[in-house]
Design a protein around this ligand. Structure first.
Ligand SMILES: [Zn+2]
Length: 386
């Protein structure tokens, strides 16, 4: 065989290629020919010569499957939405918009925000047409008039490729009476069953106990904001038996970090009892855009500080949310879409602050270094010039 030269569109060099869900952990290079991963290269065994139009030097960094955030607000309907193109600087390549809008503005939003967006945006529709109010008590004033099963169903029929479920908000603020809380859950259950989709429920210290709200959940449904106060622990800070049971039955418990719904005083004992989240999400929105709150990378480090390993944290921001989405393939493998995040796990003392102002310490900072989406470099701080 003669001397071979291969020129990639992009080459990520010398990083720790880390994709434990598919058994990859090696120092090496990833060659990209848009939009896919073309080669995973062991530097000790390069035949001939490789080059690229663009090189990212990932020395000392982790090269992982592109991060996916399973709870964000980026669709341009909610007044508090976050500009989706700025997700790339957080290492995020795909996301689920969780109920920022409902059926009346979905088709317009799809055309404006989803179809031509470089990354992957899928969505859950808010149950009520009052979605754009956000998290407020006025959300559910005329439940029967506000929820149209026919219109929601039609929207799912038109958009089965990007819609993943129905979102509700339940809590002391959004559903202040037991009657309203049950009414919202009953309506959501009816609609999800009729459409055949997942329920995503924002749970924030509801006025009814977990024994009364958990029965509305079926396997595959998602509880978001799990570690808010008043959700899963009893008065002795013990994870309630029915919460464990729901998880065994397939209900998914997600962090939904955000600015108001994460309590380290709830998360720490739950983690210590082994009740780790199955999905880490940032609840990214313009409302909570500061260095402590809705940053997926900061939240990953925050969960590592509470005892989760990087391997598990990574699974919770890649494979776990991808499983809730349509046709999203995750992994560092030849032939898969080149959705890749380069992360620097910097070891030093870090301080976190939860939604209630409680500070905690960790020893790892997770810093996004570069983000590649479908083979295109969307974010790169390495300034590699060779
Ligand atoms: Zn949210």
């Amino acid at each position: 065989m003669g001397f071979r030269v291969i020129c990639y569109d992009t080459l990520i060099k010398n990083g720790r290629i880390y994709d434990p869900a598919r058994g990859a952990d090696m120092i090496g290079h990833i060659g990209i020919l848009e939009p896919n991963i073309a080669a995973i290269i062991d530097p000790e065994h390069i035949e001939g010569k490789i080059c690229a139009h663009r090189v990212i030097d990932a020395t000392g960094c982790y090269v992982v499957p592109g991060l996916i955030d399973g709870h964000v607000h980026v669709l341009d309907g909610a007044w508090f939405n976050f500009p989706p193109e700025r997700m790339f600087q957080r290492g995020i390549t795909g996301c689920i918009d969780l109920g920022s809008i409902s059926w009346p503005s979905f088709n317009r939003n799809r055309r404006q925000c989803i179809n031509d967006f470089p990354g992957t945006i899928q969505a859950a529709l808010m149950l009520t047409v009052k979605a754009e109010i956000g998290c407020a008590a006025e959300l559910w004033t005329e439940l029967d008039e506000e929820v149209s099963l026919d219109r929601l169903k039609e929207c799912f029929e038109i958009n089965p490729d990007v819609l993943v479920g129905i979102k509700i908000l339940v809590g002391r603020n959004e559903t202040p009476t037991p009657q309203l809380t049950h009414a919202v859950f009953s309506k959501a259950r009816e609609v999800c069953d009729a459409i055949g989709c997942r329920l995503f429920a924002h749970i924030a210290n509801p006025v009814i106990p977990a024994t009364e709200w958990l029965p509305y959940f079926k396997p595959g449904d998602v509880v978001t904001h799990t570690y808010n106060k008043g959700n899963i622990l009893d008065e002795n800070y013990v994870v309630r038996a029915e919460v464990w049971k729901a998880r065994e039955n397939g209900v998914i418990f997600d962090t939904g970090r955000g600015s108001r719904n994460w309590s380290v005083e709830m998360a720490r004992p739950a983690f210590e009892q082994g009740f780790m989240p199955q999905m880490l999400t940032s609840d990214l929105s313009a409302l909570s855009n500061d260095p402590f709150t809705s940053r997926l990378n900061v939240h990953m480090a925050e969960c590592m500080a509470l005892g989760m390993g990087f391997k598990d944290v990574l699974y919770c921001v890649t494979d776990a949310p991808a499983k809730l989405m349509n046709n999203v393939k995750v992994g560092l493998k030849v032939g898969l879409p080149a959705n890749i995040s380069v992360l620097n796990l910097k070891e030093h003392d870090v301080m976190f602050k939860d939604a209630f102002g409680v500070e905690s310490k960790g020893h790892t900072e997770v810093i996004p270094v570069a983000t590649i989406v479908k083979g295109k470099v969307m974010f790169d701080t390495t300034c590699t010039d060779y």
